[in-house]
Design a protein around this ligand. Structure first.
Ligand SMILES: Nc1ncnc2c1ncn2[C@@H]1O[C@H](COP(=O)(O)OP(=O)(O)OP(=O)(O)O)[C@@H](O)[C@H]1O
Length: 574
């Protein structure tokens, strides 16, 4: 599972900085040029005041103006290039990282998603990696540039007056220590912010998805309260970090002010010329400004690291196909065998046990039983979504837990109760497992699933857009699209969770027919709710408390007058 991870500087350097060393080097070069040019105006103050203003020696004025103008121009051009080069690369990196995280996420086992809010995961994919903008973007380079400018400015300051320089370096060192302390305090706050944002986003997504239930139970006020608590938590977090960042900024301002007061006093004592005084003050500003700026950039970098910490945590979760699976099943027949299978979601709490049965290639196995008896779990085991803790699931005699998932799942089709359809056209939704299918194959699937019976009535036929921005479909129509999709995918093994919703007789008949086309010739596991499906099944497994209570065909089981007979007789629906 997830390790609590803290991204090390070394790691960041190796994976993010080093691969972009050329670009960052150019950035650094640009920043050096820009900062060097930035030093020209303060340097120019001394000759301007002492020679031109005081001595009235105007001959050097044009040269001086030219120098300053040139320096300003260089600064403008370099800052433009810096943004263009580095910010673009930073944004590119963000998109690469987002894709990597999304890809990793999809490789995680379904059990991972059982315990996560989808909105929270969205936030982790989209927001947590944003921070690298500050690492690769101008942030890091500015930081280095700032340090360089500060160092060069100190050199100039010493050349003007070493004692006065010492006087300003002291408060600045205090400031440096305060800043460092503040950042180590802020980093966990930023990390926590990511967690809170994800939580709040997750809850909000759930609220919006479940708006009918919320309204139905008149629970708006309660949801609002929960959301308010969430955003307040976020606010408290931001407040905490704001307090420390503003403390850093204010202490910076105070110490700078203190240094200026000292310089004023000392310049009288050391008897500086007006030009020297102004030059000193300007260089001082040039030394201090980057240090203050560094505190801002520092907080950006801290944020970046906090986000990367969280991304790293996600990336460290072991994917379901972690390389330990090595067998591929070529030309699958689709014989499935459960051998003494047991499974527990939580340690020590087995929900299915001692499951033994064979589902020969092309047969239909109906799973029936009361709610919570373990039907979905057994289907999940057959679908390779779950791995048995005891016993084996064999596919054509091969242990499924050793099979490369992609090689198995490419032969698997899943049609679930509330099968999800994408926002898009009906055509796209059917083509989604097999985008390269031919028109003939598509239309065959459409006909077999009786989708054309309602799409023919639509103006745009199969190209009708469904979902939020399109036509709303009935439950039965959605099911038929899901069935057409599975027919087109043409899997060897099919997992079917039959919808429980009651349909009118005509739709019911159409769906039955569609399902018949779908199941034909495929090894099917159906969590069955309809008697018509159950009657057709080659074998019925009656599941009770995680075990197979009875097994056989409909007629046999009825004759046996056991558990199945009870279910069949006493319940309107199984
Ligand atoms: N992700 C999970 N984590 C922990 N326990 C789970 C999880 N999913 C199911 N269970 C538990 O496992 C048992 C079997 O659940 P399962 O979903 O397989 O039953 P089912 O027969 O399919 O029920 P239903 O007909 O109501 O869908 C139940 O007691 C359920 O609480």
């Amino acid at each position: 599972m997830a390790k609590k991870n803290k991204v090390s500087l070394k790691q960041v350097f190796k994976t993010i900085i080093w691969p972009r060393r050329k670009l960052l080097f150019i950035g650094l070069l640009l920043i050096i040029i820009s900062r060097a040019a930035g030093l020209v105006p303060p340097w120019a103050t001394k000759p301007f005041i002492d020679d031109i203003l005081v001595q009235k020696n105007l001959s050097t004025l044009p040269t001086l103006l030219l120098w300053v103008t040139g320096a300003i121009l260089i600064q403008a051009v370099t800052s433009f290039l810096l943004t263009k080069l580095l910010s673009v690369e930073a944004q590119h990196l963000i998109s690469v990282l987002r894709s990597q995280v999304q890809k990793h996420l999809l490789r995680l086992p379904t059990s991972f998603f059982d315990n996560q809010k989808s909105g929270a995961l969205v936030s982790r994919v989209m927001n947590d990696v944003e921070g690298v903008r500050n690492l690769v973007g101008t942030g890091l380079v500015q930081l280095i540039g700032g340090v360089l400018t500060a160092i060069i400015s100190v050199g100039f300051l010493i050349s003007i007056n070493p004692w006065m320089t010492l006087f300003i370096i002291l408060p600045m060192s205090v400031f440096g220590v305060i800043t460092l302390k503040a950042f180590s305090y802020i980093r966990p706050i930023f990390r926590e912010r990511g967690v809170i944002t994800a939580e709040v986003t997750g809850r909000l997504t759930e609220t919006l998805n479940g708006v009918r239930v919320i309204k139905g139970f008149n629970a708006e006020a309660q949801e609002t309260k929960i959301f308010q608590q969430g955003v307040d938590k976020l606010f408290q977090n931001v407040k905490k970090s704001l307090t420390s960042t503003s403390f850093v900024t204010s202490s910076g301002t105070f110490l700078v002010g203190l240094a200026s007061v000292g310089i004023m006093g000392l310049s009288g004592y050391f008897d500086l010329s007006p030009g020297d005084f102004l030059q000193f003050t300007m260089f001082m500003v040039f030394m201090i400004a980057p240090i203050v700026q560094m505190s801002n950039i520092g907080s950006q970098l801290t944020e970046a690291f906090a986000g990367l910490d969280r991304t790293e945590e996600l990336m460290n979760i072991t994917p379901e196909d972690d390389g330990s699976r090595s067998l591929r099943i070529e030309g699958m027949k689709g014989n499935i065998e459960f051998k003494n299978v047991s499974f527990a979601y939580e340690e020590g709490k087995e929900v299915v046990r001692n499951i033994n049965f064979t589902a020969p290639s092309g047969s239909v196995t109906a799973l029936v039983g009361t709610s919570g008896s373990g039907k979905t779990t057994i289907a999940g085991l057959a679908a390779s979504f779950l791995i048995p803790q005891g016993g084996k699931v064999l596919v054509d005699g091969t242990d499924l837990s050793k099979v490369v998932l992609e090689s198995y799942r490419s032969q698997l089709g899943v049609v679930l109760q509330d099968d999800f359809l994408f926002e898009g056209t009906i055509r796209e939704n059917i083509l989604f497992p097999r985008p390269d299918a031919t028109e003939v194959q598509l239309l065959a699937a459409v006909q077999a699933a009786h989708v054309n019976e309602f799409t023919d009535r639509f103006e745009h036929g199969l190209k009708t857009v469904i979902g939020e921005r399109g036509v709303k479909l009935s439950g039965g129509q959605r099911q038929r699209i899901a069935i057409a999709r599975a027919i087109l995918a043409d899997p060897r093994i099919l997992i079917l969770d039959e919808a429980t919703s009651n349909l009118d007789t005509e739709s019911e008949a159409l769906i039955q027919e569609s399902l018949r086309s779908l199941m034909k010739g495929r090894t099917t596991f159906v969590i069955a709710h309809r008697l018509s499906t159950i009657r057709q099944a080659d074998q019925i497994l009656v599941i009770e408390n995680g075990e197979i209570a009875e097994q056989g065909r409909h007629e046999e089981l009825i004759e046996r007058k056991g558990r199945y007979f009870q279910l069949y007789t006493y319940q309107a629906r199984i």
